[in-house]
Design a binder for this molecule. Sequence first.
Ligand SMILES: [Zn+2]
Length: 313
Amino acid sequence: MWLHCGVKFNASVHAGEQLRGNRLSELRLMAVHAHPDDESSKGAATMARYVDEGVRVLVVTLTGGERGDILNPAMDLPEVHGRMSEIRRDEMARAAQILGVEHHWLGFVDSGLPEGDPLPPLPEGCLALEPLERPVEALVRVVRDFKPHVMTTYDENGGYPHPDHIRCHQVSVAAYEAAADYRLYPEAGEPWSTHKLYYNHGFLRQRMQVLQDEFAKHGQEGPFAKWLEKWDAGEDLLAKRVTTRIECAKYFPQRDEALLAHATQIDPNSFFFTTPMDWQQRLWPTEEFELARSRVPVSLPETDLFVGIEDLT
Ligand SMILES: [Zn+2]
């Protein structure tokens, strides 16, 4: 069953919202990501909104992103090569500052994206080759310390098939379960039951189509034609999984600024930044999530990650 508690109408949701309104500063959100920069491209505006509302937000990054390619030609410099690990730490610190989030490195090593036919073996010592228990125990420790009410991560496909993204899903789901179980990892702190677990689903065909159509309306070519061609219209399976839309248009500029802080990874001239901000804010003002597990009664669809959470302890 995909949702532990089932979905039922909860008459006290409104009361819960009231409670939430009064106690925003007591709410905590933890977003688990595979690499530095993932936090700025998946759910970043949602995090910025919650920070602005007084919620404590912690980003946990599983790896140092050491094997990321330099994707911005302007940063393809001799002084950058060989210092990726250090540079990506600085970039992450800057992005966290822009989003207003706290940040924790889980300390594992980037597996890289294997390419070629046949695929090369994964590099020794990387996250994807670690026995699952090691990153799970490390994350359980952080969960029991930070005590989030809500966690976010990726779905079982990782959003895209990078081995660290798939691993991020496995580690997060296992830690969500294990952190609540006093029999597991007793050395890693007192048990903590996170109330809800979500998957990020920001990369939707429908969003891309809406923006592409707006370019056409303005007599412009638009940057998404190739993507949309490859992406069969019937294939928007992700959209069907969305349970929760968070209004966060006001925070899109902050999201872009955080993304650009990852200067080695993001080309400011890429298609990602060509859609005018006011079109994005007007035509698709939300970020999307899928409620994957819940320990509180819920009523779907939702417009708030914390709805239904009344007992904050
Ligand atoms: Zn990544």
